[in-house]
Design a protein around this ligand. Sequence first.
Ligand code: HEM
Length: 241
Amino acid sequence: MTLTETATTTWHSTWRTRTAFWWMALSALAIAVFAPLPYAVNSLADLAAQEQPLATNYAGRSSAVQLAFYLHIACGGLALLLSPLQFATRLRLRSLTAHRAVGRVVLVAIALSGLAGLVLAPHNAAGPVGTAGFGLLALLWLGFAATAFRVIRRRDVTAHRRWMVRTFALTYAAVTLRLWLGVLTTVQIGVWGVDGDTAFERAYLLVPFLSWVPNLLVAEWYLAVRRRAVPDPLTRSVAAP
Ligand code: HEM
């Protein structure tokens, strides 16, 4: 697409895109705060004593794995909390310096959380399916974020935006994982009368892939629909690929 073609088309922000943005920003904020919170105020041993299944999994692990666990949730929470701000056009236009600074924090947080996620994947509570699903998610998360950084270093704003949309689709897996777990356990308990522990174990076998594959498909669909639009005035200074 040439610069002229890019500049003659416009992306209309509709109530649907605004609602989607606010839903994602607020759900990301909620999970970024409430998912790591129990681990910030209780030790893994205390949570394991209360039979919290994931804490039980990590309470007896080596200090290296436990360190990876805390690094993962702290940095993952930070990436999830800050990422929506980076998509707000008004904030980006107001201060590009702030956008760059927050962007670097997000990328470092993803690098640390993703590497720690790779350490955790073989120890996860879902077994081999979790190692594959969470492991692949971590690799793609690191790869997409690194690509987004590489392309913006050569000032390709359009490609940067597209890779950051894909990166956020994976960051948002922290939200969708918990939504899927809630839906799948509730349906099993409510419809089939399955007991709570069994319902959770079964649901947990699905979420290592279910938490992120649909997110990525939605992101690709969104990018395809938006391909001809002008993302924001900043992109007008750069020729699109
Ligand atoms: C997108 C790439 C991510 C990968 C590959 C990943 C991977 C993992 C893995 C393997 C575990 C251990 C699960 C188990 O033992 O069964 C875990 C747990 C956890 N992760 Fe992530 N994660 C990602 C993103 C995030 C983000 C963005 C957050 C931000 C809140 C987050 C927060 C947590 C928390 C709080 C836990 C502890 C389990 C819980 O209480 O729900 N993760 N993650």
